[in-house]
Design a protein around this ligand. Structure first.
Ligand SMILES: NC(=O)c1ccc[n+]([C@@H]2O[C@H](COP(=O)([O-])OP(=O)(O)OC[C@H]3O[C@@H](n4cnc5c(N)ncnc54)[C@H](O)[C@@H]3O)[C@@H](O)[C@H]2O)c1
Length: 255
């Protein structure tokens, strides 16, 4: 799908990976709505890119604020690509080292943010997409969701995050099947260790330890490499219902 002159939405668009997607969508000639809870970063990026890049501040779990983001996006053109890039994890074990159980609220919040937040965006944006004119391939739009390789091989202390990302992986095929009659594709990217500003701010020693288990290239992935894969998924009409790893052949060890 050619994004030139079309409208797009990026949740978590003010974050490390989301920002790279926002920049690439804008460079492809699309209007972009940056949807993020971080008001300052979202507005700053929208101001920098200017033109038809707008920030909508809100929570992915709110029907009202996601609805507003979709409305702003459709006001800019046919909402044709949605990259769901928000998300976060926590580190806690099923039974903590001190013998206490995993905090249930923490588990539920992680599930909500990642799984429920992703589905909330997809269900609301899909309704808008369904009203688009199909392109020459019969496509009305495309979703790119963001999981993690932790959703396939969650490490010790990643039970909440791993379960949440597994949920995003699991919804890929059924949502793609649900939306097929409308000409809407759904794919998920499962990144490994990506060199976002947050990861790069970790102590050097910790970064080296993380990188040492990545076969090749032995470095963190670049946010621009994530954005390039998002761009390919948008462009390739035959890619649907798939989960694609982006990890330099990394397989997370147990710890
Ligand atoms: N960075 C990595 O190494 C890596 C690896 C695998 C998967 N991922 C996944 O990629 C995605 C992006 O990661 P990142 O490294 O860019 O993280 P990030 O923290 O830099 O960005 C996430 C963004 O989501 C926003 N956000 C959080 N909660 C929100 C909410 N309730 N409503 C709206 N916005 C909200 C944050 O404000 C932030 O801007 C996440 O889903 C993450 O789990 C990242």
């Amino acid at each position: 799908m050619n994004l030139n002159g079309r409208s797009t939405l990026v949740t978590g668009g003010a974050g490390g990976l989301g920002e790279a997607v926002v920049r690439s969508f804008a460079a492809a000639g699309a209007s972009v709505v940056i949807f993020d809870a971080a008001a300052d970063r979202a507005r700053h990026l929208a101001d920098e890119l200017g033109g038809s890049v707008l920030a909508v501040v809100g929570d992915v779990l709110s029907e009202t604020s996601v609805g507003e983001a979709v409305e702003v996006a459709t006001g800019l053109g046919e909402l044709s690509a949605v990259a769901v890039v928000h998300g976060a994890g926590v580190a806690a074990r099923t039974v903590n080292r001190d013998g206490t159980p995993h905090d249930l609220d923490l588990f539920q919040r992680t599930i909500n943010l990642n799984i429920v937040g992703t589905f909330n965006v997809v269900r609301l944006a899909a309704v808008a997409m369904a009203g688009n004119e199909p392109d020459e391939h019969g496509q009305r739009g495309v979703f790119i969701n963001t999981a993690s390789i932790a959703g396939l091989e969650g490490q010790t202390g990643q039970v909440a995050y791993g379960s949440a990302k597994a949920g995003i992986i699991g919804m890929t095929l059924p949502v793609a099947r649900d939306l097929s009659p409308m000409g809407i594709r759904v794919n998920t990217i499962a990144p490994g260790t990506m060199g976002t500003p947050l990861m790069r701010s970790m102590p050097e020693e910790m970064q080296e330890k993380l990188v040492s288990t990545i076969p090749f290239p032995r470095r963190m992935g670049e946010p621009a490499e994530f954005a390039a894969l998002v761009g390919h998924i948008v462009e390739n009409p035959y890619l649907n219902g798939e989960v694609i790893r982006l990890d330099g052949a990394l397989r997370f060890p147990p710890k």
